[in-house]
Design a protein around this ligand. Structure first.
Ligand code: MG
Length: 280
Protein backbone atom coordinates (compact mmCIF):
# COMPACT_ATOMS: atom_id res chain seq x y z
CA UNK A 1 0.00 0.00 0.00
CA UNK A 2 0.99 3.62 -0.58
CA UNK A 3 2.80 5.25 2.36
CA UNK A 4 0.58 7.43 4.59
CA UNK A 5 -2.73 6.83 2.77
CA UNK A 6 -5.32 9.34 3.97
CA UNK A 7 -8.33 8.31 5.97
CA UNK A 8 -11.26 9.62 7.96
CA UNK A 9 -13.07 8.47 11.06
CA UNK A 10 -16.37 7.09 9.76
CA UNK A 11 -19.46 5.26 10.93
CA UNK A 12 -21.95 2.81 9.41
CA UNK A 13 -25.14 4.32 10.77
CA UNK A 14 -25.47 6.97 13.45
CA UNK A 15 -22.29 7.31 15.43
CA UNK A 16 -19.11 9.29 15.67
CA UNK A 17 -17.38 10.17 12.43
CA UNK A 18 -18.60 10.90 8.95
CA UNK A 19 -21.06 8.79 7.00
CA UNK A 20 -19.51 6.31 4.57
CA UNK A 21 -20.82 8.23 1.55
CA UNK A 22 -19.05 11.33 2.80
CA UNK A 23 -15.81 9.36 3.13
CA UNK A 24 -16.30 8.37 -0.50
CA UNK A 25 -17.00 11.96 -1.61
CA UNK A 26 -13.84 13.05 0.18
CA UNK A 27 -11.96 10.50 -1.91
CA UNK A 28 -10.05 8.76 0.88
CA UNK A 29 -8.91 5.12 0.50
CA UNK A 30 -9.05 4.17 4.20
CA UNK A 31 -11.25 4.67 7.27
CA UNK A 32 -11.28 4.06 10.97
CA UNK A 33 -14.73 2.66 11.64
CA UNK A 34 -16.73 3.52 14.74
CA UNK A 35 -18.35 0.16 15.53
CA UNK A 36 -22.12 0.18 15.01
CA UNK A 37 -24.62 -0.69 17.73
CA UNK A 38 -25.10 -4.35 18.62
CA UNK A 39 -28.21 -4.82 16.44
CA UNK A 40 -26.14 -3.93 13.35
CA UNK A 41 -23.19 -6.18 14.21
CA UNK A 42 -24.60 -9.26 12.46
CA UNK A 43 -22.92 -11.37 9.79
CA UNK A 44 -25.50 -10.16 7.25
CA UNK A 45 -24.91 -6.48 8.03
CA UNK A 46 -21.17 -7.08 7.94
CA UNK A 47 -21.38 -8.68 4.49
CA UNK A 48 -23.54 -5.86 3.09
CA UNK A 49 -21.22 -3.28 4.53
CA UNK A 50 -18.14 -4.98 3.10
CA UNK A 51 -19.75 -5.14 -0.34
CA UNK A 52 -20.45 -1.41 -0.16
CA UNK A 53 -16.87 -0.68 0.92
CA UNK A 54 -15.53 -2.72 -1.98
CA UNK A 55 -17.70 -0.76 -4.41
CA UNK A 56 -16.32 2.48 -2.99
CA UNK A 57 -12.72 1.24 -2.91
CA UNK A 58 -12.36 1.96 0.80
CA UNK A 59 -10.48 -0.23 3.28
CA UNK A 60 -11.04 -0.26 7.05
CA UNK A 61 -7.75 -0.06 8.94
CA UNK A 62 -9.11 0.01 12.52
CA UNK A 63 -12.49 -0.68 14.18
CA UNK A 64 -13.10 1.52 17.24
CA UNK A 65 -15.30 0.39 20.09
CA UNK A 66 -17.46 2.71 22.15
CA UNK A 67 -20.10 2.07 24.79
CA UNK A 68 -23.54 3.18 25.85
CA UNK A 69 -23.36 5.56 28.79
CA UNK A 70 -20.05 7.15 27.82
CA UNK A 71 -19.98 10.94 27.88
CA UNK A 72 -17.26 13.41 26.91
CA UNK A 73 -19.17 16.36 28.42
CA UNK A 74 -16.22 17.47 30.55
CA UNK A 75 -13.07 15.93 32.03
CA UNK A 76 -14.63 14.73 35.35
CA UNK A 77 -17.46 13.09 33.37
CA UNK A 78 -14.91 11.35 31.13
CA UNK A 79 -13.18 9.99 34.23
CA UNK A 80 -16.48 8.66 35.52
CA UNK A 81 -17.96 7.22 32.32
CA UNK A 82 -15.37 6.25 29.70
CA UNK A 83 -14.02 2.86 28.76
CA UNK A 84 -13.18 -0.15 30.88
CA UNK A 85 -12.07 1.77 33.97
CA UNK A 86 -15.49 2.35 35.67
CA UNK A 87 -15.98 -0.86 37.73
CA UNK A 88 -19.79 -1.03 37.52
CA UNK A 89 -19.87 -1.35 33.70
CA UNK A 90 -16.54 -3.09 33.17
CA UNK A 91 -17.67 -6.71 32.80
CA UNK A 92 -20.48 -5.85 30.39
CA UNK A 93 -18.31 -3.51 28.33
CA UNK A 94 -15.46 -6.01 28.14
CA UNK A 95 -17.87 -8.59 26.73
CA UNK A 96 -19.13 -6.00 24.26
CA UNK A 97 -15.59 -5.07 23.22
CA UNK A 98 -14.91 -8.75 22.53
CA UNK A 99 -18.05 -8.84 20.38
CA UNK A 100 -16.80 -5.74 18.53
CA UNK A 101 -13.48 -7.52 17.90
CA UNK A 102 -15.47 -10.49 16.55
CA UNK A 103 -17.41 -8.15 14.25
CA UNK A 104 -14.12 -6.60 13.09
CA UNK A 105 -12.89 -10.10 12.27
CA UNK A 106 -16.03 -10.64 10.15
CA UNK A 107 -15.05 -7.49 8.28
CA UNK A 108 -11.51 -8.83 7.82
CA UNK A 109 -10.01 -6.12 10.05
CA UNK A 110 -6.96 -7.05 12.12
CA UNK A 111 -7.01 -4.07 14.53
CA UNK A 112 -9.51 -2.90 17.13
CA UNK A 113 -9.12 0.14 19.35
CA UNK A 114 -10.75 1.95 22.24
CA UNK A 115 -10.47 4.66 24.83
CA UNK A 116 -9.63 2.58 27.89
CA UNK A 117 -10.57 5.45 30.21
CA UNK A 118 -8.58 7.25 32.90
CA UNK A 119 -6.13 4.61 34.12
CA UNK A 120 -4.97 5.44 37.67
CA UNK A 121 -1.37 6.64 37.60
CA UNK A 122 -0.30 4.99 40.83
CA UNK A 123 1.08 1.51 40.13
CA UNK A 124 -0.05 0.37 43.60
CA UNK A 125 -3.68 1.33 42.98
CA UNK A 126 -5.97 -1.74 43.04
CA UNK A 127 -8.19 -0.26 40.33
CA UNK A 128 -5.15 -0.01 38.06
CA UNK A 129 -4.34 -3.71 38.59
CA UNK A 130 -7.92 -4.55 37.61
CA UNK A 131 -7.64 -2.51 34.41
CA UNK A 132 -4.33 -4.22 33.56
CA UNK A 133 -6.07 -7.57 34.03
CA UNK A 134 -9.06 -6.75 31.84
CA UNK A 135 -6.76 -5.35 29.13
CA UNK A 136 -4.84 -8.64 29.13
CA UNK A 137 -8.09 -10.52 28.69
CA UNK A 138 -9.06 -8.32 25.76
CA UNK A 139 -5.60 -8.64 24.18
CA UNK A 140 -5.79 -12.42 24.47
CA UNK A 141 -9.25 -12.48 22.88
CA UNK A 142 -7.88 -10.41 19.98
CA UNK A 143 -4.65 -12.42 19.69
CA UNK A 144 -6.63 -15.66 19.34
CA UNK A 145 -8.07 -14.28 16.11
CA UNK A 146 -4.91 -12.61 14.85
CA UNK A 147 -5.85 -9.08 15.91
CA UNK A 148 -4.07 -6.21 17.62
CA UNK A 149 -5.53 -3.89 20.23
CA UNK A 150 -4.75 -0.16 20.04
CA UNK A 151 -5.23 2.19 22.97
CA UNK A 152 -6.27 5.74 22.12
CA UNK A 153 -3.99 8.33 23.70
CA UNK A 154 -4.78 11.44 25.65
CA UNK A 155 -6.20 10.43 28.98
CA UNK A 156 -2.76 9.91 30.49
CA UNK A 157 0.76 11.20 29.96
CA UNK A 158 3.18 9.36 27.69
CA UNK A 159 5.11 8.06 30.73
CA UNK A 160 2.00 6.66 32.40
CA UNK A 161 0.92 5.06 29.14
CA UNK A 162 4.35 3.44 28.68
CA UNK A 163 4.26 1.98 32.19
CA UNK A 164 0.79 0.64 31.54
CA UNK A 165 1.78 -1.00 28.22
CA UNK A 166 4.75 -2.62 29.93
CA UNK A 167 2.64 -3.90 32.82
CA UNK A 168 0.06 -5.50 30.51
CA UNK A 169 2.86 -7.55 28.87
CA UNK A 170 1.06 -8.42 25.65
CA UNK A 171 2.77 -8.22 22.29
CA UNK A 172 -0.41 -7.38 20.38
CA UNK A 173 -1.03 -4.20 22.41
CA UNK A 174 -0.21 -0.93 20.65
CA UNK A 175 -1.16 2.74 20.52
CA UNK A 176 -3.45 4.88 18.38
CA UNK A 177 -1.78 8.25 18.78
CA UNK A 178 -4.13 11.25 18.81
CA UNK A 179 -2.04 14.42 19.22
CA UNK A 180 -5.06 16.64 19.84
CA UNK A 181 -6.15 14.55 22.81
CA UNK A 182 -2.82 15.20 24.53
CA UNK A 183 -3.66 18.91 24.33
CA UNK A 184 -7.39 18.60 25.05
CA UNK A 185 -6.79 16.60 28.24
CA UNK A 186 -3.67 18.58 29.17
CA UNK A 187 -1.55 15.40 29.24
CA UNK A 188 1.62 16.71 27.66
CA UNK A 189 3.15 18.28 24.58
CA UNK A 190 2.09 15.96 21.74
CA UNK A 191 5.30 15.71 19.70
CA UNK A 192 7.39 14.93 22.78
CA UNK A 193 4.79 12.33 23.78
CA UNK A 194 4.82 10.84 20.28
CA UNK A 195 8.58 10.38 20.48
CA UNK A 196 8.25 8.64 23.85
CA UNK A 197 5.57 6.13 22.84
CA UNK A 198 6.63 6.02 19.17
CA UNK A 199 7.70 2.39 19.16
CA UNK A 200 4.11 1.39 20.03
CA UNK A 201 2.33 3.69 17.55
CA UNK A 202 0.56 1.68 14.84
CA UNK A 203 -2.25 4.10 13.94
CA UNK A 204 -2.87 7.83 14.32
CA UNK A 205 -5.64 10.39 14.39
CA UNK A 206 -4.95 13.67 12.62
CA UNK A 207 -6.89 16.01 14.84
CA UNK A 208 -5.99 19.47 16.12
CA UNK A 209 -6.71 21.40 19.30
CA UNK A 210 -5.77 24.43 21.36
CA UNK A 211 -4.70 24.27 25.02
CA UNK A 212 -7.03 25.05 27.89
CA UNK A 213 -5.98 27.87 30.22
CA UNK A 214 -6.36 25.25 32.99
CA UNK A 215 -4.86 22.11 31.37
CA UNK A 216 -6.13 18.84 32.87
CA UNK A 217 -9.04 20.58 34.61
CA UNK A 218 -11.01 21.93 31.68
CA UNK A 219 -11.01 20.98 28.02
CA UNK A 220 -8.91 22.63 25.43
CA UNK A 221 -10.81 23.26 22.20
CA UNK A 222 -10.87 20.90 19.23
CA UNK A 223 -10.35 22.95 16.04
CA UNK A 224 -9.98 22.28 12.29
CA UNK A 225 -6.75 20.56 11.24
CA UNK A 226 -3.89 23.04 10.97
CA UNK A 227 -5.53 25.73 13.12
CA UNK A 228 -4.50 24.38 16.52
CA UNK A 229 -1.36 23.82 18.58
CA UNK A 230 -0.31 20.34 17.31
CA UNK A 231 1.92 21.59 14.49
CA UNK A 232 1.24 19.06 11.72
CA UNK A 233 4.45 19.55 9.79
CA UNK A 234 6.38 18.62 12.91
CA UNK A 235 3.92 15.80 13.67
CA UNK A 236 4.38 14.20 10.24
CA UNK A 237 8.16 14.72 10.28
CA UNK A 238 8.25 12.92 13.64
CA UNK A 239 6.12 10.06 12.30
CA UNK A 240 8.58 9.76 9.42
CA UNK A 241 11.53 9.63 11.86
CA UNK A 242 9.74 6.86 13.74
CA UNK A 243 9.29 4.86 10.54
CA UNK A 244 5.50 5.07 10.69
CA UNK A 245 3.99 4.46 7.26
CA UNK A 246 0.35 3.62 8.06
CA UNK A 247 -2.77 5.70 7.34
CA UNK A 248 -3.21 9.34 8.39
CA UNK A 249 -6.79 9.27 9.63
CA UNK A 250 -8.53 12.61 10.06
CA UNK A 251 -10.92 12.97 12.94
CA UNK A 252 -13.14 16.03 13.32
CA UNK A 253 -15.54 15.71 16.21
CA UNK A 254 -18.50 17.79 15.09
CA UNK A 255 -21.00 15.14 13.95
CA UNK A 256 -23.82 17.55 14.84
CA UNK A 257 -22.80 19.72 11.87
CA UNK A 258 -22.10 17.31 8.96
CA UNK A 259 -21.76 19.98 6.24
CA UNK A 260 -19.15 21.90 8.18
CA UNK A 261 -17.46 18.63 9.17
CA UNK A 262 -17.15 17.57 5.53
CA UNK A 263 -15.88 20.99 4.43
CA UNK A 264 -13.27 21.14 7.18
CA UNK A 265 -12.11 17.57 6.61
CA UNK A 266 -11.75 18.44 2.91
CA UNK A 267 -9.41 21.28 3.88
CA UNK A 268 -7.56 18.94 6.24
CA UNK A 269 -7.02 16.50 3.37
CA UNK A 270 -5.52 19.25 1.22
CA UNK A 271 -3.21 20.29 4.06
CA UNK A 272 -2.04 16.72 4.69
CA UNK A 273 -1.42 16.17 0.97
CA UNK A 274 0.71 19.31 0.81
CA UNK A 275 2.70 18.24 3.88
CA UNK A 276 3.10 14.70 2.53
CA UNK A 277 4.63 15.93 -0.70
CA UNK A 278 6.95 18.16 1.28
CA UNK A 279 8.03 15.61 3.90
CA UNK A 280 7.90 12.16 2.29
MG1 MG B 1 -9.06 10.24 18.42
Amino acid sequence: MEKWPLGVFASINAGLGVHLDVAHELGVPTIHLHAPARAARTAQHGENFLARLNELGIAISVVFGGFEGESYADIPTVKRTIGLVPPETRAERTREMEEIADFARLLGVDTVALHLGFVPHDRADRLRAEVVEVTRRLCDHCAAQGQRLHLETGQETADTLLEFLEDVERDNLFVNFDPANMILYGCGEPIEALRKVGRYVRSVHCKDATWSDRPGETWGAEVPLGEGDVGFENFLATLKDLGYDGPLTIEREIPQDPDRQKHEIGRGIRLLNELKSKIL
